[in-house]
Design a protein around this ligand. Structure first.
Ligand SMILES: Nc1ncnc2c1ncn2[C@@H]1O[C@H](COP(=O)(O)OP(=O)(O)OP(=O)(O)O)[C@@H](O)[C@H]1O
Ligand SMILES: [Mg+2]
Length: 140
């Protein structure tokens, strides 16, 4: 398990870029961490490495956003999902096991769907406001 310390939004983007370089099509990456921890910030960094020119954002009612770069990126924000059925109705399963890289915020909501070989990025807000970023299944 790798551990990093991020002291700013820019640090987190940078760590995201490093992660983006080693991800491969088909990878499923769970982004764990409290509201405002920096999950979307890190996703922006990954997108930069995948040469995605659109900005990765998290619109309130969009659960899945698809971006095109070196390979497809599926950015999922499942905070507002009510049930596994809702996830299935979105056709998300096909995306998950497709050719792109999936980055999933609030992946806890669909835990049973996720494969054993999923990668995990856990962001913890430390008392001083900095972020600890732990990687499981990812080597830089
Ligand atoms: N070290 C840091 N890394 C990332 N973001 C930071 C850091 N320090 C402060 N911030 C601020 O914290 C916020 C992180 O927001 P972001 O949307 O990335 O969080 P999130 O984990 O995706 O939240 P949500 O669960 O609501 O989707 C930004 O406003 C950012 O400026
Ligand atoms: Mg977010």
């Amino acid at each position: 398990m790798l551990k990093f310390l991020s002291n700013s939004f820019e640090d987190t983007i940078h760590i995201g870029k490093q992660i983006g370089k080693v991800l491969r099509p088909g990878d499923i990456v769970c982004l764990e961490g409290d509201l405002g921890a920096g999950k979307t910030a890190l996703s922006k960094g990954v997108a930069i490495s995948l040469e995605i020119s659109d900005e990765v954002t998290s619109p309130t009612y969009t659960l899945i956003s698809e971006y095109q770069g070196i390979c497809p990126l599926y950015h999922m924000d499942l905070y507002r999902i009510d049930s596994i059925e809702e996830f299935e109705m979105l056709g998300a399963e096909e995306l998950l096991f497709g050719k792109g890289i999936s980055l999933i915020e609030w992946s806890e909501r669909i835990e049973d769907y996720l494969p054993e070989d999923k990668k995990i990025i856990k962001i913890t807000i430390l008392p001083d406001g900095s972020r600890q970023i732990e990687l499981k299944g990812i080597t830089l």
